[in-house]
Design a protein around this ligand. Structure first.
Ligand SMILES: Nc1ncnc2c1ncn2[C@@H]1O[C@H](COP(=O)(O)OP(=O)(O)OP(=O)(O)O)[C@@H](O)[C@H]1O
Ligand SMILES: [Mg+2]
Length: 248
């Protein structure tokens, strides 16, 4: 369903050029949970921002169900954007809006009828198990609760894919486990494809069926998570797994 071909992005600064993405290729099937892991500065957020069209890649293709979304304009582009829900490490909630109003936001943008919005808010807050916090403001919620609101908001337009940039890095280990459990449930019940960016190997180990290791804007290894954990090929992967001599 999602295919990325030879994606490249260079940032030019006063200290020269940084090739943040150096030719990224991958292909996912519907229902995959794909973990992209790498060290700081490897290009993870840039990749996610390019796939979700928050950033424009210099070249390459992003095919969703066979259509290159980089070639879309106007209503077709807006429609493609609604197929992708995004979750950020810092939650990015609107502080002046309640949990329910945050979830309503993308539906208001999509001009969904009011009645329908109310129904969706109830369904979504129940899905992420915070119905009782509907009228709370973000400042009144814990980190895990805020991330649940952010996940509900990302799912509001019923996207085919959910893209998460370090969704659990600001959370403690028990809350991380709960949020990952929620993502897994969503993947199973709604068949949502999930891309999850992380620097924590435990996140990949617990929920991903496919994985890639990114370094210097390139995938140095990718494939089935089970196979890579059993037999990591690249030095970076070994380092992340903590089994390299260099890590000792
Ligand atoms: N807007 C920008 N302008 C210039 N350089 C940028 C910009 N965004 C990212 N970069 C550079 O591109 C490279 C990749 O950055 P990116 O944010 O994708 O890394 P990351 O893997 O998400 O790191 P982290 O784990 O720290 O979040 C870095 O060298 C970064 O400095
Ligand atoms: Mg990042």
């Amino acid at each position: 369903m999602i295919t990325v071909e030879n994606l490249k992005k260079v940032f030019s600064g006063k200290d020269g050029d940084v090739a943040a993405l150096n030719g990224i290729d991958f292909s996912l099937d519907n229902g995959d949970i794909f973990g992209i892991i790498g060290m700081s500065g490897a290009g993870k957020s840039t990749l996610l921002r390019c796939i979700t069209m928050l950033e424009k890649p210099d070249s390459g293709r992003i095919l969703i169900d066979g259509t290159d979304i980089l070639s879309l304009k106007g209503e077709a582009l807006r429609k493609a954007r609604r197929q992708m829900g995004v979750v950020f490490q810092g939650y990015n909630l609107l502080m002046q809006r309640t949990a329910a109003q945050n979830v309503a936001f993308p539906l208001e943008l999509a001009k969904t009828p009011k009645k329908e919005i109310e129904k969706r808010i109830k369904e979504l807050l129940a899905l992420v198990k915070i119905e009782d916090k509907a009228d709370f403001y973000p400042s009144q919620l814990s980190g895990g609760q805020k991330q649940r609101v952010a996940i509900a908001r990302a799912l509001a337009t019923s996207p085919e894919a959910l893209l998460c940039d370090e969704p659990t890095s600001a959370l403690d280990s028990l809350t991380t486990k709960q949020v990952l459990g929620l993502l897994e449930e969503i993947n199973k019940s709604l068949k949502t494809t999930i891309i999850i960016i992380t620097h924590e190997i435990g996140v990949v180990r617990s929920i991903c069926n496919k994985m890639a290791v990114i370094d210097g804007g390139r995938f140095v290894e990718q494939g089935s998570a089970e196979e890579i954990f059993a037999d990591p090929k690249s030095e970076i992967t070994r380092l992340l797994l903590g089994i390299s001599e260099a890590a000792e």
